[in-house]
Ligand binder design. Structure first.
Ligand code: ADP
Ligand code: CA
Ligand code: CA
Ligand code: CA
Ligand code: CA
Length: 414
């Protein structure tokens, strides 16, 4: 039996995303948060009833502490919207006998090589690829057709992802990806090299329940050319013909089934090559650490945060109670860093927030923060979340934004 106000441990939420906490409160959940290191914990949002400090770098100890917290006062679920915390959350759920992703599924979704192998074996559209288990094995990828993309198997946020046009530059790219990932993510076991897929990119937000997948929305992400892949803007719902939408839904549903993501939210990225969907990767979580919940609410009436919390306690997600009806359009614009070094000022965000179509501006970098350029990653300056009547209005709004926001950097001698 689920109590009237179920408690869920939410691992590493972004506290600056108010709609995440509003959704939890509206859906009747109490949250125990496991904060990210260094997070400001003054003025916690209403549904947060407790804070549990855990060091995820030491999972054994963290799970021990979680067990003791559970014994003092039980909770009914544990969830995360943060990519790097997906395996820990799965382990913790298993250890406490709570609903969750199977531990081996959580391992697969954090390994781009394992996902590629599963999708190729399932007969999904796949670029040719190879995984190298040490930078010295870089030449194994020379058989591929260039350009190729080099990426760490365990990466996220496009850290250490680069496009390589010329085989002569492959070794350097593999070594650089290896070193950067080891420094930034604390470890690396493999680099995936795959053929570059030419075509527009889309993100698909879905919700699973007992093996059945509901596609909530498909958003357009532009046509990134590289060589580095800084996250940009996202407009939903993508303006696509019905047969392409159906092809995307089939491919994503098959991709999720092939890796065992049967329950909970997922965020899948793909490119259309000659109109055919090729999946790039899947996260077994809400996209953008919670951003996608804003987008699916605005475009499909689906509250992914509420549904993810329901899944975490073993309840039926509301997106599975009836058909999903498209409504309105929405956008997420990620303010580009547009430079590197120490930020001295970020101007224009107040004017953006005052725009009638804008619901949220989430600022994550501030004056004094240091930006390292892609393929390294030091955080996003800000997300701008907006709602519009039609997707073309979201696109037109995004075209105005570069002229409205300006990030200034200290001059540096390098
Ligand atoms: P991450 O988990 O770091 O986001 P992705 O696999 O999503 O890693 O790669 C980041 C970005 O790099 C993608 O959004 C896409 O634009 C680009 N990319 C990755 N692989 C390919 C590919 N095979 N072809 C074309 N673009 C790719
Ligand atoms: Ca990605
Ligand atoms: Ca990812
Ligand atoms: Ca991306
Ligand atoms: Ca506003």
């Amino acid at each position: 039996m689920t109590p009237a106000r179920p408690r869920v441990v939410l691992v590493h939420p972004r506290l600056g995303m108010p709609w995440v906490f509003d959704s939890a409160a509206e859906a009747g959940f109490d949250l125990v948060i496991v904060p990210r290191p260094g997070e400001d914990l003054t003025d916690l949002p209403a549904p947060v009833v407790d804070v549990l400090d855990l060091d995820l770098d030491d999972p054994e100890v963290a799970i021990g502490r979680l067990r003791r917290a559970f014994a003092r006062r039980p909770f009914q679920g544990i969830a995360t919207f943060f990519e790097a915390a997906v395996p820990f959350t799965a382990r913790a759920a298993a250890a406490l006998g709570l609903p969750g992703l199977p531990v081996e599924v959580a391992r697969t979704v954090r390994d781009k090589g394992a996902m590629r192998r599963a999708w190729a074996a399932a007969g999904l559209h796949s670029p040719r690829f190879t995984t190298v288990a040490s930078p010295r094995q870089w030449s194994a990828a020379l058989d591929l057709r260039f350009p190729v993309v080099v990426k760490p198997a365990n990466g996220f946020s496009s850290i250490a992802v680069s496009k390589v046009d010329d085989p002569a530059h492959l070794e350097l790219a593999v070594v650089a990806a290896w070193d950067l990932t080891r420094r930034q993510l604390g470890g690396i076991e493999a680099v995936v090299v795959e053929e570059f897929l030419t075509g527009p990119e889309y993100a698909v937000e879905a919700m699973g329940h007992r093996g059945e997948t509901r596609i909530c929305t498909i958003g357009y992400k532009g046509e990134p050319q590289g060589p580095y892949f800084e996250e940009g803007c996202y407009q939903a719902p993508a303006d696509l013909p019905a047969d392409t939408v159906a092809a995307i839904e089939r491919e994503v549903t098959a991709a999720l089934a092939a890796i065992g993501v049967t329950d909970g939210p997922s965020h899948t990225e793909l490119r259309l090559v000659d109109g055919r969907p090729y999946v790039l990767e899947t996260g077994a979580r809400i996209g953008g650490s919670g951003v996608s919940s804003y987008l699916t609410r605005a475009t499909a009436g689906v509250d992914l945060v509420a549904d993810a919390l329901r899944t975490a306690v073993g309840a039926v997600p509301h997106s599975h109670l009836g058909p999903i009806t498209p409504r309105g359009a929405a956008g997420n614009y990620i303010v580009p860093c547009g430079g590197q070094g120490v930020i001295t000022a970020i101007d224009g965000l107040d004017a953006v927030a005052a725009h009638p179509d804008v619901d949220h501006v989430v600022q994550m970098l501030h004056p004094g923060d240091r930006v390292r350029p892609y393929p390294d990653f030091s955080g996003y300056p800000a997300f701008v979340l907006s709602r519009h009547a039609e997707v073309k209005d979201a696109m037109a709004f995004h075209e105005q934004l570069p002229g409205m926001v300006r990030i200034s950097y200290a001059r540096e001698d390098r």
